[in-house]
Ligand binder design. Structure first.
Ligand code: FES
Ligand code: FES
Length: 153
């Protein structure tokens, strides 16, 4: 069954028809062409599919697109503004906080949500907030340093 939904995606009002069983990640990637968020585990464990829904991190693989009706969605493509990378993106590059990059969009969005909530988190708070994001390349130390730099620590 199809349903029309209206939401804001990266600041742009968007209306789209979706299947009621479709997940938000699938709609964002396949219908809107925003392929930054990645599919991996599909069971809300790894964080590669992270999107911000009304400013909070969600697993796009496990949220029905119809439940995003009326919401504000941010994908990694919406992080840079006017051709200027977000400070977290700059810091990830500076500290080499990625190898294959598969996990990076999820880490960036989760870190953004954390810093929006708590601009100066402790190391413990960063680790705890990012506990649902996995990096199979093992860049955890570099990711931590990058986020700490933006957090001013
Ligand atoms: S693909 Fe969604 S949490 Fe792993
Ligand atoms: S950089 Fe490869 S999974 Fe994180």
């Amino acid at each position: 069954m199809k349903k029309s939904i209206h939401f804001r995606v990266n600041g742009i009002d968007t209306a789209i028809e979706v299947e009621t069983h479709q997940m938000l990640l699938q709609v964002v990637r396949e219908s809107l062409g925003l392929t930054g968020a990645k599919f991996a585990c599909g069971i809300q464990v790894c964080g590669t599919c992270t999107l911000l829904l009304n400013g909070k991190p969600v697993s796009g693989c496990s949220v029905l697109a119809v439940d995003a009706d009326g919401s504000d969605v941010l994908t990694v493509e919406g992080l840079a503004k006017d051709g200027q990378l977000h400070p977290l993106q700059e810091a990830f590059m500076e500290f080499g906080a990625l190898q294959c990059g598969y996990c990076t969009p999820g880490f960036l969005l989760t870190a953004k949500a954390l810093l929006d909530e708590n601009p100066h988190p402790s190391e413990e708070e960063i680790r705890s907030y990012l506990a649902g994001n996995f990096c199979r390349c093992g860049c955890y130390q570099e990711i931590m340093r990058a986020i700490q730099k933006v957090a001013g620590r």
